[in-house]
Design a protein around this ligand. Structure first.
Ligand code: CAA
Length: 241
């Protein structure tokens, strides 16, 4: 039987592409989602991938959610921390709520979810943690002081935990997508997207969710066992670290 993979935010956007790629590769997949029941049910019906609802920013909800997933399909061997939100605003207009929501989901969510699968991975001497950060955590982005801070934090978390997991067969890596053609990016004002963002991408287009899913599939594979603490940047040449 295939390994068990849990993808947070796994029913839409990049997360959906990751869930589907894993299923195609024979993993037993659980896709977490937080809010959109209608989309999640449609995703489940379409793909046959089991969906589980909880908020990754809430530790108790994560504990219950992981317990449900493990009871349904087995101990989590691959965790993809993909769930992410934006609350973009110029800093002088940013509210404490916009700051806290983004840090809660995009940074504390990684602590919550990883903490709950970590001991099992250590006990079994195998694990794969893949954190979806962002180009904007690497370079910073105007209008995203909250998001850039959280996504940069995800990279520090990845590098610290990679050192702790290494002796226990657990790799911890990050993927930094650039601007990918998902609902999140399509929500950017059209003028800003077309006139300010796309011209900054040397390949001249938005990325596809499947292009990120292929990076994640590789990091989850046995072939990637010597790669830990790394970041794969997939951004169409927009930014080089
Ligand atoms: N790149 C370059 N310039 C940008 C920009 C960007 N990403 N975002 C805003 N600007 C520019 C605008 O073009 C505008 O310039 P002008 O005054 O010269 O026209 C200026 O900044 C101010 O922008 P607005 O007039 O839109 O100001 P606002 O207060 O109404 O809105 C905003 C500010 C909410 C930040 C809005 O501009 C916005 O949503 N920008 C997009 C920010 C962004 O890039 N978010 C990424 C979301 S996708 C994501 O996060 C996924 C990922 O990981 C990559």
């Amino acid at each position: 039987m295939g390994r068990v993979a849990l993808v947070t935010g796994g029913t839409r956007g990049i997360g959906a592409a990751i869930s589907i790629a894993f299923k195609q590769q024979g993993y037993r997949v659980a896709a977490n989602y937080a809010g959109n029941d209608e989309k999640a049910k449609a995703f489940e019906a379409e793909t046959g991938i089991a969906v589980f609802k909880w908020d990754v920013s809430d530790y108790q909800a994560c504990a219950a959610g992981v317990a449900n997933v493990e009871a349904a399909i087995g101990p989590v061997e691959v965790l993809v921390n993909n769930a992410g939100i934006t609350r973009d605003a110029m800093f002088h207009k940013m509210t404490p709520e916009q700051w806290n929501e983004v840090i809660g989901t995009n940074l504390t969510g990684l602590f919550n979810m990883t903490h709950l699968v970590w001991t099992g991975m250590r006990d079994r001497n195998f694990g794969r943690i893949i954190n979806i950060s962002s180009i904007n955590g690497q370079k910073g982005q105007m209008g995203q002081a909250n998001y850039s801070a959280a996504k940069a934090g995800d990279l520090g978390f990845t590098k610290a935990l990679a050192q702790e997991g290494a002796a226990k067969g657990i790799t911890v890596n990050a993927v930094c997508p650039g601007y990918i053609g998902t609902e999140m990016v399509r929500a950017i004002p059209e003028k800003v997207l077309n006139e300010r963002i796309i011209p900054q991408i040397p390949v001249g287009r938005l990325g596809e969710p499947e292009e990120i899913a292929r990076c994640v599939s590789f990091l989850a594979s046995d072939d990637a066992g010597f790669i830990t603490g790394s970041t794969i940047s997939a951004n169409g040449g927009q930014f080089f670290v």
